[in-house]
Design a binder for this molecule. Sequence first.
Ligand code: THG
Length: 267
Amino acid sequence: MYIIGERINGMFNDVKGAILNKDGSVVHDLAKRQVAAGADALDVNVGPASSDAEGALMWLVEEIRKVSDAPLCIDTAKWSVMSSVIPKVPGARIINSSKADPEELEQYMGLAVENDAALVTLTIDKQGVPSDVDRRVEMGALILTTAEAAGLPADRLFIDTIILPVNVAPQQPLSVLSAMQQIQMLADPMPHLLLGLSNVSQNCNERSLLNRTYLAMAIACGLDSAIMDPLDTELVDAAITAEMMMGKSIYCDSFLTAERKRKQLSS
Ligand code: THG
């Protein structure tokens, strides 16, 4: 499981406050703790509040780089910000994200290829998030053919079939699983399948339980990467367990400790 830590996001009050007060210690702490808990990469998102999105994003990047060389998943919907920031980020980068619109995909894939970066693509178009499985799969196909033409290799491509909160869109969790299963049949080698996992439980009760249950279900349907909270130990344990059940590692009585040791994680 390729875990992208979600916590450096201005949606969270501690990060919002850190950006406003230029308090690097909050960012250092979140970067170090997420990596120690199992994050392979760190999502970086300034959130809705900032007036200078580009300046705030670069500040977060610079603060993270003081304590970690983990790949950074640069999370902004603004092309002007993304195209300016990506060349300036030291180390490995993931561009998050492009919609599945033909011109936009070409533009973002060009940026990824030029900068040796990876790219997250969403199965969303100008009409927004599709409610049916077929439209998600069609967009998956467009993403795959565009990536092939652009020369973006499968290991640097993430397809995000977009999960919405289960309380507002109760049919979507199942549609997303079907879409992931079908998209996998379209490509060899397969790109990564990714979700912004915590979306599924926004404004719901029992968030942690919803997140880890859906994570296990999605792993069974081919999910191999997620933007998620690595500080939720039960969530990381569910990922390790689901992957073991999928035959990615072999059961032994100490499988949790063994996998945590292999990944050099705190437990
Ligand atoms: N796909 C891609 N990128 C994404 C998403 C996605 N980036 C952002 C988001 N979705 C994934 N990250 C988060 C981060 C936080 C939360 C949800 C998704 C979250 N935050 C609390 C809330 O809204 O209730 C914040 C409040 C708090 O706890 O302080 O749930 O889908 N490619």
